[in-house]
Unconditional design. Structure first.
Length: 84
C-alpha cells in the first residue's frame, strides 16, 4: 500500500506542475483530474476515508495527495487491475 500511496503523491505533484505551466500560458485544464488505482487501501488512505496505526510510518510529505483530493483538484477512483 505504501508504494501505491507514494506513487499517487508523485502523480498529484506532476498534475499540479502541469496545471501551473498551463496557467502561465493562459490555458485552462479541466477542474478535476481522476486518479485511478487498483489498491483499495491506498485509495482509501488517499481519499481520506481511512486512517490506522499502520500508516503512521508514512512520511508527512506524502499526505499531499490527500490534501489535493479534499480540495477537489483530483478524484481518487478504484478500478480492478484488469481495467488499468
Amino acid at each position: 500500500m505504501n508504494a501505491e500511496y507514494v506513487a499517487a503523491t508523485e502523480t498529484t505533484r506532476d498534475i499540479c506542475w502541469i496545471r501551473n505551466i498551463f496557467a502561465e500560458a493562459k490555458l485552462d485544464l479541466p477542474v478535476l483530474v481522476v486518479l485511478r488505482g487498483n489498491n483499495i487501501n491506498a485509495n482509501a488512505l488517499t481519499s481520506g476515508t481511512s486512517t490506522n496505526n499502520r500508516t503512521r510510518h508514512i512520511d508527512i510529505k506524502h499526505h499531499f495527495v490527500t490534501e489535493k483530493a479534499s480540495e477537489g483538484l483530483i478524484r481518487i477512483e478504484w478500478v480492478p487491475s484488469d481495467d488499468l
